[in-house]
Design a protein around this ligand. Structure first.
Ligand code: TNX
Length: 783
């Protein structure tokens, strides 16, 4: 079940390998900054022909657009705005061609092979963009904005800018270059959505799929059904802290705000594709209008992530409701495509309802999957009658493909391959690769998310065209899309961290020709983009560049020897690592890391990563080499107990918007292993414990949650040595949830022993109660 972070061992292994695949040999950034270096564009252009000479642009230069062409003027203004904000260079936008250094114009015979393409010619005399359509002209302006902001190094971005003469002809590989933002699980303020649109447009992405409704919230004002936002947009956060009930969490967009957003995006050639999820993921609807549901019983708006049981009924009032909602949706969103969800609809309610069963039989349908296909197709027909097209997640294939459907494939790519073979259009957005709720590194400092690691390199390597398809069938592949599910992204900061710079890798995969793809070249072009992010206030993740510290031979060897050999590296294998050992923050003048460091304990390492040009690629990271630190394991360093997996990294509070502590958990077993603990002289073990909400809809998998027998009412932390089946070495009762704070230490006294032994730590708290987690485990020796 996707919603819950369970994975097979092979998948986890593959993901672990994915990380290894991401770490390709180290090469200095300047290596390809030689003459034939591609222009500083992301995504890379389809064709670039070098020219003779250099174009120099100074402040006050003019960008000219044809008189009366509002769209060209808008593109020019966007170009000027980018260059001013990133480089501090003021350009002027004017109509007419007089004295212009830069021109932008539509041209019916512009030399581009297809829609959205542009040609950009740079000569010593100026830069000229032509295109056959408005989108192409806009993308030409965005490319020029990148050419005019090529610098990565601070301080180099002053005065006139120079661009080598060149001719660029560029067009997209796929027509659908998408991102999905889930505003249902955690509401995203309008300004954050617009900021995402800005970056999508700058990256030549053109579809923003908004996941507007789900069990945990309905986020779109529907005039005809006011309860959807009065009731359905708000939930009461689960709490495990003694005290009053938390304030409601939620929010929604008014129709005026949506019109504003749609227009804002359209001006940037981004189509907003609305999703109204059905027949499942509909608990917020049932909380607002219970009669639309199967049982008629009113639930609360969900707080449980995962899969919840509430389905739409299949009778006429349901369709009246859906059609009325879609009427308003169609009036707000001009998008040809309307997404109707269809994912993870647990069929229990339909199975248990005699009325639903009678209807299914009357329709001559063989099972609930066929009923889902009928349901979705009925909605698809309604959309088709209004000139729109329906998209659904790949589950809608389960009962036979609805004739009017375009398929968005997320459970791998099989859905896309099957649908394309049946002559349906498809969009690829497979989990985990294009799921940006998957964390991007194994670092301790990553925020909450899924533990299927999807690195920058993984996204870069992704190809949206399934190899299985014939050339004929390949025409059905509209493109790809990365999905930002926000169960664990509580604030705009979290979304930003998840999206950038992985959006750069995505954009290159969806726009640039396949044969132009070049991971090392991409890494060479990325520092300029990171500098753009810095100037624009986009707090991009540095996960791919940040320093990882590895103690050779492991922490135990260092503890035994009192010295350590420490290797420094980073995930992407780029840049220059500089470090200090005196506790100070490194600078570009600090010692350059060349080979593993030999240190005597205690020691402190601070390291950061610079590009060849001296730009900071990763913020400083600190590593303490003390006996205490070497005996401590953070949540992310612990392993799942045998047969289990740590699927999720979860926050202390499900809706806290601030960055806070996170905990790796296996929802099915509150059990962790501290592998090879060095126990010589150790007398106590201290766990930094946390009590978390158990807010997960596990559906049929709920029976798989393991419980461990408790001997006291609140349960205990039990420590076993040499695996989980051996006798308990220590048992510490948990404090009462009614009085204890959410985070608390637990100290266990261990029997004297020696050597390296696996410690198994499990909670025996009742599985109906809160979820207990481990922030860190430390071993202490007797003084
Ligand atoms: C599965 S992808 C879901 C979403 C969850 C996502 C979390 C899909 C169509 N359904 O409801 O948010 O997993 O990764």
């Amino acid at each position: 079940m996707r919603g819950l972070g369970k994975r097979t061992a092979t998948a986890v292994l593959a993901m672990a390998l994915g990380v290894a695949v991401g770490a390709q040999g180290r090469a200095p950034l300047a290596a390809s900054a030689a003459e034939a270096a591609p222009p500083p564009l992301i995504p890379l252009a389809a064709q670039v022909t070098p020219g003779q000479g250099i174009f120099t642009l100074s402040a006050g230069a003019v960008i000219a657009v044809p008189t009366g062409d509002a769209q060209a003027r808008f593109a020019a203004t966007q170009l000027a705005d980018q260059v001013r904000r990133v480089r501090g260079l003021d350009l002027m936008v004017r109509e007419g061609r007089q004295g212009a250094a830069i021109t932008l114009a539509l041209q019916a015979d512009a030399p581009v092979p297809q829609a959205e393409g542009y040609a950009l010619e740079v000569t010593p005399g100026g830069a000229h963009v032509v295109a056959r359509d408005e989108a192409g002209l806009y993308y030409g302006a965005m490319s020029l904005a990148q050419l005019l902001t090529p610098e990565a190094a601070p301080g180099s971005d002053q005065g006139p800018v120079t661009i080598p003469a060149q001719e660029i002809r560029d067009w997209p590989r796929f027509p659908w270059r998408g991102m999905m933002l889930d505003v249902a699980r955690h509401f995203q303020p309008l300004d954050s959505v617009k900021a995402l649109v800005d970056q999508m447009a700058a990256h030549k992405l053109n579809r923003l799929h908004l996941h507007l409704t789900d069990d945990q919230g309905w986020r779109l004002e529907i005039r005809h059904y006011p309860e959807l936002t009065k009731v359905g947009a708000w939930r009461t956060p689960p709490s495990v802290v003694p005290g009053p009930v938390a304030a409601p969490y939620g929010g929604f967009y008014t129709q005026d705000q949506i019109r504003d957003l749609v227009a804002y995006a359209a001006a940037r050639h981004v189509t907003i594709v609305p999703e109204i999820d059905m027949p499942g993921h509909a608990q917020a609807v049932m909380a607002s209008y219970p009669k639309i549901g199967v049982t008629g019983v009113r639930p609360a708006v969900a707080v449980d992530w995962g899969v919840n049981p509430y389905l739409f009924n299949v009778d006429e009032p349901s369709f009246t409701f859906i059609q009325t909602v879609l009427d308003e949706v169609m009036a707000l969103f001009p998008s040809t495509y309307v997404h109707v969800g269809g994912d993870e609809a647990l069929k229990d309610e339909w199975k248990a309802s005699p009325k639903v069963q009678a209807r299914m039989r009357a329709l001559g349908l063989k099972d609930e999957n066929a009923l889902q296909t009928w349901f979705i197709e009925r909605v698809g027909q309604y959309l088709a009658a209004h000139g729109r097209r329906m998209i659904g997640w790949d589950e809608i294939l389960e009962g036979g493909i609805p004739p009017t459907a375009t398929i968005m494939s997320w459970r791998g790519i099989k859905g896309a391959v099957d649908a394309a073979r049946m002559d349906h259009d498809v969009i690829l957005s497979p989990a985990p690769t294009l799921y940006l709720d998957s964390l991007q590194s194994r670092r301790d400092d990553e925020p909450a998310g899924r533990l299927a690691i999807v690195t920058l390199a993984d996204i870069y390597a992704y190809d949206a065209m399934p190899a299985e398809l014939s050339a004929e069938q390949a025409h059905h592949v509209l493109g790809g899309q990365a999905n930002v599910w926000t169960e664990y992204m509580m604030s705009p900061w979290h979304v930003t961290h998840a999206v950038y710079p992985r959006m750069d890798a995505l954009a290159e995969g969806l726009w640039s020709p396949k044969d132009k793809r070049d991971w090392r070249g991409f890494l060479d072009r990325l520092p300029a983009q990171l500098a753009r992010y810095r100037h624009l206030g986009v707090d991009a993740a540095d996960s791919a560049f940040a320093v990882d510290f590895t103690v050779e031979g492991g922490a135990n060897a260092a503890l035994a020897a009192g010295t350590a050999t420490v290797a420094l590296s980073n995930q992407a294998g780029v840049g220059t690592i500089r470090y200090t050992t005196d506790g100070s923050t490194p600078t570009s003048a600090s010692t350059r890391y060349e080979a593993p460091l030999h240190l005597t304990l205690p020691a402190t390492l601070n390291a950061m990563v610079f590009s060849e040009a001296g730009q900071v690629l990763a913020a400083p990271r600190r590593y303490e080499l003390t006996a205490e630190a070497l005996r401590t394991r953070q949540s992310g360093e612990l392993q799942a107990c045998p047969q289990g997996e740590m699927g999720l990294r979860v926050p202390l509070t499900p809706d806290a918007t601030t960055k806070g502590p996170v905990f790796n958990v296996n929802l099915f077993d509150a059990c962790w292993v501290y592998p090879k603990a060095r126990l010589d002289g150790v007398t106590t073990l201290t766990v930094n414990a946390a009590r978390l909400a158990r807010n997960y809809g596990l559906a049929h998998d709920a029976v798989k949650v393991r419980s461990h027998p408790a001997t006291t009412p609140n349960g205990e932390l039990v420590v076993h040595m040499d695996g989980c089946d051996g006798p308990a070495a220590a048992t510490v009762p948990l404090p009462s949830p009614a009085t204890a704070p959410q985070q608390f230490p637990l100290t266990a006294h261990l029997p004297a022993t020696t050597g390296e032994r696996d410690l198994c730590l499990m909670y025996t708290a009742p599985i109906q109660g809160p979820l207990y987690a481990i922030g860190s485990v430390s071993l202490r020796a007797a003084p």
